[in-house]
Design a binder for this molecule. Structure first.
Ligand code: KG4
Ligand code: ZN
Length: 357
């Protein structure tokens, strides 16, 4: 059995988790998450400086609680991990410095984890998670990406959003509709009382310089603008804004676009398993539609557990445990820093003797 202590502070959740694995079964011993949503909601989004300060304030308590709940002693911990990229730099630094200090104090190996690989690894807590190669749809507040996951975490990006991430679109449309931050859960809730076919909103595509459209890429800013125009039309006419119908129509279009392009990408690349992870993967409409449509193509869908879709340290711990299977190749230097933007395709570079940043 191997056990890891993991820290996640890349955005607005301060989280510490103890996870273990044995014979390819992954278990959560504790997963404490202190959300800062209330601190940021009055600003309509995450304020980076405020988030970094909050992490600093909360992390000692979250760490203590996670260790206590897991009933683990430091001797039982095989390695300590933290998210090092991508994310808000000031926030990442709090988690990473804490993890590296603990590693130095207790002589433990350190693993710097790519945040998106963390999301990807939330799938390891499900039964019958797929063996590579498979296709992952990573849909969060900062990213919308289609990743082909190969052996030993060799990853290839096959598609991405050229503007807003899907979660960002949910948040911006939520704000337009006067809903609370974050927009995703708020839109999902109010959409239950709406007609998803009431409004015809655009499914934007990304033009290919060589002509036609890019098949696996996304664009959500046009959809957001279409919602803005719709809201303005009602306001100008002095009519009530039909929030549930707009929310339901928007949610349907986002789900349809994500599902259509993901399945096309899997079929074209001969991948029989699709993994859906990240904050937006908590969306019921997306989950149901993906399963239903994939079934028609005999593709199996693996969804992240709902409680592990949004940011948490358990997924970071799972990523570390997976990498520890090939231990010697996957220990980070204590000199490794943090980076705001980093492609998941470069995640293997985090374990080089000479750190990439
Ligand atoms: O993965 P995550 O916690 O943070 C990032 O790494 O970005 O994702 C947060 C995003 C937010 O944009 C939020 O609105 C969205 O996930 N989200 C949802 C739902 N729950 C969270 N979007 C749609 N439906 C949901 N149920
Ligand atoms: Zn995330």
């Amino acid at each position: 059995m191997q056990k890891v202590l993991a820290i996640e502070t890349s955005c607005d959740e301060t989280s510490v988790s103890i996870v273990s694995s044995s014979n390819d079964i992954y278990i959560i011993n504790s997963n404490v998450i202190a959300s800062q949503i209330e601190d940021h909601s009055k600003w309509g989004g995450v304020v980076p400086e405020l988030a970094a300060r909050k992490h600093l304030e909360l992390l000692p308590f979250v760490l203590e609680k996670a260790v206590k709940e897991s009933k683990t002693t430091i001797d039982e911990i095989d390695a300590i991990a933290s998210t090092v990229a991508p994310g808000l730099v000031g926030c990442l630094r709090v988690g990473s410095v804490t993890a590296r200090t603990l590693c130095t104090l207790y002589s433990k190996p350190f693993l710097g984890i790519h945040h998106l690989e963390g999301h990807l690894s939330s799938i390891l807590f499900t039964k019958n998670y797929p063996k590579p190669p498979f296709l992952a749809l990573l849909v969060s507040g900062g990213h919308t990406e289609l990743i082909k996951v190969g052996y030993r975490r060799n990853m290839q990006r096959l598609g991405r959003s050229f503007d807003d991430a899907a979660g960002e679109a949910f948040d911006k449309v939520g704000r337009l509709l006067g809903l609370n931050y974050p927009g995703g859960p708020a839109i999902e809730k109010i959409a239950r009382n709406g007609d998803p076919f009431k409004f015809n909103l655009p499914k934007c595509k990304v033009s290919d310089k060589k002509g036609g459209f890019l098949k696996y890429d996304f664009s959500f800013s046009g959809l957001k603008t279409a919602v803005l125009r719709l809201v303005e039309k009602f306001k100008l006419a002095g009519d009530d804004i039909p929030v549930p119908d707009i929310a339901a129509s928007f949610e349907r279009v986002v789900a349809e676009v994500l599902v259509e392009r993901t399945i096309k990408c899997a079929v074209d690349n001969g991948l029989e398993n699709i993994v859906v992870v990240g904050g937006v993967a908590a969306n019921e409409k997306l989950r149901k539609m993906m399963i239903g449509e994939a079934l028609k193509k005999s593709i199996k869908v693996h969804l992240a557990p709902i409680n592990l879709c949004t940011d948490n340290a358990a997924m970071i711990g799972a990523a570390a445990l997976f990498r520890l299977k090939f231990r010697s190749a996957n220990i980070s230097s204590l000199e490794l820093g943090v980076l705001g933007r980093m492609s998941i395709e470069k995640a293997n570079s985090l374990y080089k003797e000479k750190p990439p940043f």
